[in-house]
Write a new protein. Sequence first.
Length: 129
Amino acid sequence: MKREAIQTDDAPQAIGTYSQAVRAGSTVYLSGQIPLRPESGELETSSIRVQIVQVFENLAAVARAAGGGLQQFVKLNVYLTDLANFPVVNEVMADYFRKPYPARAAVGVADLPKGASVEMDAIMVLEDQ
């Protein structure tokens, strides 16, 4: 199966040895996104709501570069340094997704890259081409 790396300047550049996403057939595996502003590479540090919005915007940009969008997400993983912020994830997610919602996991973690409070990764399935 052919694999294709996905890259866009509309999302933060990879800060390691990984791709923003990889397409394998009709499935796209999106790497974790933290609330980095793509234009500056700086971490969004205002409210947790604004940070979560930035993460969804970053994921949406990578999804668009792969030829899809958030509605093609089938799996979403959410990592939070404080699980008390999970209700905010649900509130913001309602602005970005409609039914059927992707399957989801939420994990409390001790630390995230660059001191972020939230990170998300996803799996997206594109329509057969």
